[in-house]
Design a binder for this molecule. Structure first.
Ligand code: DQA
Length: 142
């Protein structure tokens, strides 16, 4: 069955971006890992990344129409986008929120709120890219 792994702004630079916080795995490697983990679990995983908020909203609206499960790392939009809150509210299949770092433990106050969490069945943070594997396992377990 189909699962979308959706990634928000700046995650395309994974591996180059602040590796001391986000690790050295590149975005391309993460995307390939998610597809491999998914096939092991019997999931048809599609991985996307965008720096354009409206594009993420369009993907989420389609996931709502199709009742597709979503693994979402909305990056900085997580912390302040009410349009993202509203888009997540419309999902009917499971939504798992993932963060590579642990925003709730980072010094910037703005990272301590999430508009995604109220709609997520599970929040995974601070486990690096392995958090995506755990998210896919959770969805596969149904
Ligand atoms: C992030 C955490 C966010 O606070 C940050 O804005 C990101 C990445 C993470 O995966 O750790 O861009 O979502």
């Amino acid at each position: 069955s189909k699962v979308l792994v959706l990634n928000g702004p700046n995650l395309g630079r994974l591996g180059k971006r602040q590796p001391e916080i986000y690790g050295s795995t590149t975005y391309a490697e993460l995307a390939a890992l998610c597809v491999t983990w998914g096939s092991t679990l019997g999931l048809d995983v599609e991985v996307r990344q965008t720096n354009h908020e409206g594009e993420l909203l369009d993907w989420l609206n389609t996931a709502a129409d199709d009742a597709t499960p979503v693994v979402l790392n909305a990056a900085a939009w997580t912390h302040y986008s009410y349009a993202l809150f509203d888009a997540c509210a419309q999902l009917t299949a499971p939504l798992v929120e993932v963060h590579i770092s642990a925003p709730s433990k980072r010094p910037e106050e703005f990272r301590h709120t999430s508009v995604v969490s109220p709609h997520a069945v599970l929040v995974i943070e601070g486990e690096g890219v392995d958090g995506y594997r755990r998210a896919l396992e959770f969805i596969a377990a149904g």
